[in-house]
Ligand binder design. Structure first.
Ligand code: ZN
Length: 55
C-alpha cells in the first residue's frame, strides 16, 4: 500500500511511494529538519503524519 509522510507543520510531502520506509529513516534523510519550513522533524512527539494513500 502506498504511503505518504507529510510535515505536520506545513504539509510538505516528505515521502510518497509504494515502499514502506520507517518514519525514522525518512526523518534522517532530511537531517531531522523539514526542507520547506525548517521545523525540526521528529516522530516522538509526533509532528509528521503517515497516511495510506487511497487511489
Ligand atoms: Zn514543514
Amino acid at each position: 500500500m502506498p504511503q505518504r509522510v507529510i510535515c505536520h507543520n506545513c504539509s510538505y510531502v516528505l515521502y510518497e511511494g509504494v515502499d514502506f520506509i520507517s518514519p525514522d529513516e525518512i526523518i534522517q534523510q532530511y537531517d531531522c529538519t523539514c526542507p520547506k519550513c525548517d521545523r525540526k522533524l521528529s516522530f516522538l512527539p509526533l509532528n509528521i503524519e503517515v497516511k495510506p494513500v487511497n487511489k
